[in-house]
Design a protein around this ligand. Structure first.
Ligand code: F6P
Length: 530
């Protein structure tokens, strides 16, 4: 397989960028082509995507698609979905798609559906028993992929939750995370789920031990009933005293694991039928990814756009703005998905990459972000593509507020694109102009460059089905850019060094010993321990 920069199309793209890409103007593009929106918006299962406000034209698509073909993207995709070893440095297949394939379809179907059935039966039992003898509070203890997916999905699907139960997520080793929560809980009515693929992660094990100690101190004797585990390491969970365990497999990457037993808190929150709907939504997107021609394949187009922006325009960051409060944890979830997957500096063969990889992914729900960092998106010196997510129908009855929300969403992408010239600003009466301030100078401050790109996704409603499809869309898009860059999107060696150094430093926190440390770390350690 070729890496993107080894293709002929890469050279063509370079020429195209110099001739038409660098100075591409969105406003002119819309003026030239009345059919631009129709030509550059796409339907995928549950997700409509308007890509027309991006700095791209038909020729760009053409060259990018050529590049994808030269890289053997379709063959790479098929190999992934088939279960070939896609995670080469760990010798593992990458088969989160198998977790959402209907029974009898996809690899490992018997194992997958056997765990799914028992996990969902347990989830329904917990969910239906929130009365005197049941659980009112469910605490998921996990971090990274064992936290971010469920912690994102549960609030997103709050409308589907059993209101008699509260779901809590503890991830940080910082005791300020779990300690105040424990103070509010009733041990008799609390279920702890210890979620860890490895069941060795420092933060999770520390929190799990703190929870068990608290539970026993509260007079709890039935650890087996009040603790469940979701892990590939059933033996370690049993040693901890947990016997209600739902397993999964090494071919499920942590950041791709919400579809596995790691989804237990989601299943308790929304129930088995809706958990299955979430899987079905993701599976529909899997089919779209597997079978739609590249030129209409939404994850492929998004991945191509990512390469275009990162490697030709040189944009180093992408902001995500979900205009739905329920999706408030989506940016954090996407940070791990994309940055842990594609934040790599060598290709599959270990060769240093001569181009940039993962952008910084960040964001906040709209409209909150508008009153914080959107200033920089509109008038800052860096161009940051923004991804808006709009939901047509809310799950509340406040129609007036929903109209305001949607108007804000549309207005932001419009403002980013249209901008405002200093001449136009000059003709306006500035509401807060300081007396005597030169109006021409003020107009410069009030001008917007515009031509700032954005994508808008539209969901008809935020349902288990549509959320499943949206998440799978992002997963596949990350795979596409990673495959074009020639990297392994499925390992995460970059987290290891910090873990090892932490283990070496930990005893020194007790002794204050700074022998052999660099002077900064030694100085800080001294300051923190003396
Ligand atoms: O931070 C590294 C990482 O391995 C993530 O990839 C993973 O999601 C997280 O730690 C948690 O790991 P585990 O589920 O094994 O506790």
């Amino acid at each position: 397989m070729k890496r993107c920069d080894e293709t002929q199309a890469w050279g063509a793209l370079k020429g195209h960028f110099e001739a038409h890409g660098r100075d591409f103007d969105l406003r002119e593009a819309f003026e030239r082509d009345a059919g631009r929106f129709a030509a550059m918006s796409f339907e995928a299962p549950e997700v409509f995507a308007d890509l027309s406000k991006n700095r791209i034209d038909t020729a760009t698509w053409h060259f990018l698609l050529d590049m994808a073909r030269e890289c053997g993207l379709e063959a790479q995709r098929d190999a992934l979905l088939r279960g070939d070893i896609a995670n080469v440095t760990e010798g593992r297949a990458v088969l989160h798609t198998a977790l959402r394939a209907p029974r009898g379809q996809g690899p490992f179907s018997d194992e997958v559906h056997s765990v799914l059935d028992s996990m969902l039966a347990y989830a329904d039992r917990v969910r239906s028993d929130s009365g005197n003898s049941g659980f009112t509070d469910i605490v998921n203890i996990g971090i990274g992929g064992s936290d971010l997916g469920p912690a994102m999905v549960v609030p997103a699907l709050d409308a589907y939750r059993n209101p008699a139960q509260q779901l809590h997520f503890v991830s940080n080793v910082d005791g300020h995370d779990i300690a105040p929560l424990l103070q509010r809980l009733d041990a008799k009515k609390t279920l702890f789920i210890v979620a860890s693929k490895t069941f060795t992660t420092q933060e999770t094990m520390a929190n799990a031990r703190a929870a068990r100690t608290w539970f026993v101190q509260q007079g709890g004797s039935d650890v087996a009933r009040h603790f469940a585990a979701t892990t590939t390491n059933v033996k370690a969970a049993a040693e901890f005293g947990i016997h209600t365990t739902f397993g999964f497999w090494d071919w499920v990457g942590g950041r791709y694991s919400l579809w596995s037993a790691i989804g237990l808190p989601m299943a308790i929150a929304i129930g088995s039928a809706d958990f299955r709907a979430l899987l079905a939504g993701a599976h529909a997107m899997d089919r779209h990814f597997a079978h739609t021609p590249l030129a209409k394949n939404l994850p492929v187009l998004l991945g191509l756009l990512d390469v275009w922006y990162r490697n030709f325009h040189g944009f180093t960051s992408r902001s995500v703005a979900p205009y739905h409060q329920g999706l408030r944890r989506l940016p954090a979830y996407l940070q791990q998905l994309e940055m842990e997957s594609n934040g790599k500096q060598v290709d599959q063969q270990g060769r240093a990459l001569p181009f940039g990889t993962s952008p910084v992914v960040w964001g906040e729900p709209g409209t909150n972000g508008q009153h914080a960092y959107f200033q920089m998106l509109h008038q800052g010196t860096d161009v940051i593509p923004v991804e808006f997510i709009a939901v047509k129908t809310p799950s509340h009855g406040l129609a007036d507020q929903h109209d305001k929300l949607l108007a804000n969403c549309l207005a932001q992408s419009q403002a980013l694109m249209l901008g405002k010239s200093a001449a136009a600003a000059f003709t306006e009466k500035a509401p807060t102009a300081a007396a005597g301030f030169d109006p021409a100078v003020l107009a410069q401050h009030r001008a917007f460059p515009g031509n700032r790109p954005s994508t808008t996704f539209v969901l008809d409603a935020l349902t288990p089905q549509s959320l499943g499809a949206l998440i799978a869309l992002y997963e596949h898009r990350v795979f596409v850019s990673g495959a074009l860059w020639g990297i392994n999107s499925f390992d995460q060696w970059g987290v290891e060094l910090g873990k090892a150094l932490c283990n070496a430093l930990l005893p020194r926190l007790g002794t204050g010993d700074t022998t052999g440390l660099d002077s900064s770390t030694a100085g800080l350690l001294k300051r923190l321990t003396s």
